[in-house]
Design a protein around this ligand. Structure first.
Ligand code: GDP
Ligand code: GDP
Length: 355
């Protein structure tokens, strides 16, 4: 999970460390005792050569430890001037672009990083630790909602709570509905599934299999029927039987198909669904973010579940989708089993992209 993002952030940390290691604060124009001034044969200006600069121009550590074991170099303050900061942020942008993070999310993370680093002085010995800490904070701050707690979410919810699930085919929508039903049932609530994906052959059977596995009731009509009618029936049933939740599956469709978008809008209107949850495949990266934005525009979404986070190496989707839609990530899908569902927590995400 997030392997590529982690590797790239590691590289970024090393590059930043090198960039900053060059910026030791010293009185200007006075060569210090580990520097000599040489006359460059091809230039009239004196060149400052750092003694002890290694093969790649890196400085070697001084070996004059103080009584407490620290070297004076450890204590040196490295200043982050604007030019260095620009270089660091440019590098950060590259790393994030390569990881499928969307432009708006990148701007957000860069802005946070700039705020945290601008004009700062950092002790050489703390450099690596500080870079990581700044990066973690910058990413944390970029999430509009830091965590989702289901128990809080449903505290004042009106029953039956009607939740409409939207998203395109193959993203894991049906599996996610089943995971959610399983999650809710384990918490002691009752739930009815509405097989309102009447468009795709096999969708109703697929949901039926999940319902049987979990042990929840499903409302379905014959394939090809009116999706809104199925959803409506399920809500009526839930009201009559005092059920807590109705989960409506909808036909997965390309966000560009306006007829099918109209159908989902109709389901939402007819059932008066209180929540619309977009299910997106984390692996689809920026494509998934574009889908979420389209559903947000045409239907209106209240939250996001990202499936297949367990197989996502890039990590960009999770960083982008919330910023781009302004809606919270509620859950992560973390595998193919019914229990592989995790309440969203930005700290969890940040921990997994660094450790
Ligand atoms: P739908 O067409 O959007 O309803 O997608 P499905 O629910 O049928 O899922 C498509 C495939 O993705 C299935 O093989 C699922 O097992 C798989 N899948 C769904 N969620 C996850 C997840 O969180 N992690 C992994 N690894 N696979 C998942
Ligand atoms: P419109 O036809 O798009 O204007 O939307 P309506 O509000 O008339 O209803 C949308 C759909 O919900 C209809 O196609 C019906 O199949 C279904 N519907 C509405 N009311 C009922 C009802 O009382 N029972 C059932 N089973 N379905 C209903």
């Amino acid at each position: 999970m997030f392997g590529k993002l982690r590797d790239r952030l590691d590289r970024f940390k090393k590059d930043t460390e090198e960039e900053l290691s060059d910026g030791i604060i010293k009185p200007s124009n006075v060569p210090s005792d580990d520097e000599t001034v040489s006359a460059d044969s091809t230039s009239s200006t004196p060149r400052v050569i750092k003694k002890g600069a290694g093969k790649f121009g890196k400085r070697k550590k001084k070996t004059n430890p103080k009584k407490d074991g620290k070297t004076s170099e450890d204590e040196e303050q490295l200043k982050i001037n604007e030019k260095k900061l620009d270089n660091i942020l440019w590098n950060l942008e590259t790393v994030l672009l390569e990881s499928d993070v969307s432009p708006e999310a990148i701007e957000n993370i860069k802005k946070n990083t700039r705020k945290l680093l601008s004009g700062r002085k950092i002790k050489r010995k703390d450099l690596r630790k500080e870079i990581e800490s700044v990066l973690k904070k910058a990413i944390m701050r970029s999430f509009p909602v830091k965590k989702f707690v289901f128990d809080e979410f449903i505290k004042d919810i009106k029953k039956p709570a009607v939740i409409l699930f939207v998203g395109i085919n193959g993203t894991g929508k049906t599996t996610t509905i089943a995971k959610m039903a399983n999650f809710i049932k384990k918490k002691g609530y009752s739930v009815i599934l509405a097989a309102a994906d009447t468009f795709r052959a096999g969708a109703i059977d697929q949901l039926q299999i999940h319902a049987d596995n979990i042990g929840v009731k499903i409302i379905k009509h014959q394939g090809g029927g009116d999706a809104a009618a199925v959803a409506y029936d399920a809500v009526q049933h839930a009201e009559a039987r005092k059920k807590d939740f109705v989960f409506i599956d909808s036909a997965g469709r390309m966000q560009t198909n306006s007829n099918l978008m109209d159908e989902i809008r109709k389901i939402k209107r007819v059932t008066n669904a209180g929540y619309t949850i977009f299910v997106g495949d984390a692996l689809a990266g920026n494509d998934m973010v574009e889908q979420a934005k389209k559903f947000q525009e045409h239907i209106g979404i209240d939250g996001i579940i990202l499936s297949k986070i367990d197989t996502d190496a890039k990590g960009g989707a999770a960083l982008s989708v919330s910023i781009e839609t302004g809606k919270p990530i509620m859950f992560f899908g973390t595998g193919q089993n019914y229990d592989d569902l995790l309440e969203f927590n930005a700290s969890w995400f940040v921990k997994h992209i660094f450790d």
